[in-house]
Design a protein around this ligand. Structure first.
Ligand SMILES: O=C(O)CCC(=O)C(=O)O
Ligand SMILES: [Fe+2]
Length: 322
């Protein structure tokens, strides 16, 4: 049995401390899998503090031990600037090396090449012109801005992480489940913002005339029949760095129901796969615009996949600002 499998069995048996000791021991002896696991602990502050310098040290040791998934993760963190300054060229060098042995790295490289993003600081191709849907709410649509393969990539990255979704309680400010938003959801953490997702985020930033530091973590939502997101504003009460823009990417279209509707204006958007909807949540005076009240109507057949980006007025640290 591998170290990871033995540790998992111990955790399941309620023997977490022994599992931890087993991993730490294996890492000390240079086991790549154990080193990568410990790097994750330092990424998220599990079994000790969050420490991204130490995380990179552990990753480097895992790479030196010949563990290719660690190299692929290093490329991801280098592309999105977690614990190191973001460096696209260095990330591409790491990814190219990893792609020789690691299937996910190879797949990433192919997607990046298809989008001309490898040598282009991840920026990729020029944007098509958007279609204006309405002035109130201030909303535009970019048809097919995201390629089918990229849509599939996001769905695959999110699928293992999907949990019942939560909303921010307006009174307590805490996240909690609510019938308001019945869907599965996940926020993509730094380890999942690989170069493919990073390239996509850069495109969404350009399409919405914003910058990546303003983005909250990208959410991927999964609506099954009966799931919906009832009428709401995306703005938050009483925050000083407001969500001024929302960018929704429709990742598939083989379902019924599940339109994005704005009841004030009657605007209804049933996005096709790869379409991107951009709307501004604040009016010209910087106040939440009531015309942006919207809902995701119930899905009646199939599964709707959507990615949602809430973009702040100023830089926002998704990983420590909650
Ligand atoms: O599901 C939809 O179409 C709407 C999603 C939404 O409102 C949001 O993510 O803020
Ligand atoms: Fe919303």
């Amino acid at each position: 049995m591998s170290v990871a499998a033995r540790a998992e069995a111990l955790v399941r048996a309620g023997r977490g401390l022994e599992a931890r000791a087993l991993i730490e021991d294996a890492a000390f002896r240079g086991d790549g899998v154990a080193l990568l696991l410990m790097a994750f602990w330092r990424l998220y502050g599990v079994n000790g503090p969050r420490d991204w310098v130490e995380m990179h040290r552990l990753l480097d040791r895992a790479i030196a031990a010949g563990h290719t998934p660690a190299l692929t993760l290093k490329a991801t963190l280098t592309a999105n600037g977690t614990g190191v300054p973001a460096d696209w060229e260095a990330a591409m060098r790491l990814l190219t090396k990893a792609a020789k042995r690691d299937a996910p790295a190879k797949a990433q490289l192919e997607l990046l090449k298809a989008q001309d993003a490898v040598d282009n600081a991840g920026a990729g191709r020029a944007l098509p012109a958007p279609q204006r849907l309405a002035d109130s709410p201030d909303a535009v649509l970019y048809p097919g801005l995201v390629r089918p393969a990229e849509c599939r990539w996001l769905i695959a990255a999110a699928t293992p992480e999907i949990r019942p979704s939560t909303i921010v309680d307006p009174v307590t400010g805490q996240s909690r489940p609510d019938p308001m938003r019945r869907a599965g959801a996940t926020n993509l953490g730094p380890e999942r913002v690989d170069p493919v997702v990073q390239m996509l985020l850069q495109r969404l930033a350009r399409a919405s005339d914003t910058t990546l530091p303003q983005f909250e973590a990208m959410a991927v939502l999964r609506y099954q029949p009966g799931d919906e997101y009832r009428d709401h504003l995306d703005t938050l009460p009483g925050v000083e760095n407001q969500r001024h823009t929302t960018v929704l990417t429709y990742l598939n279209d083989d379902y019924d129901g599940g339109a994005t509707v704005f009841p004030e204006s009657g605007l209804s958007v049933k996005g096709k796969r790869g379409d991107v909807l951009v709307f501004r949540n604040l009016d010209s005076a910087g106040r939440p615009d009531p015309a942006t009240r919207h809902a995701g109507t119930p899905v009646t057949r199939g599964t709707k996949w959507l990615s949602s980006c809430w973009i702040r007025q100023r830089a926002y640290d998704s990983w420590s600002a909650r």
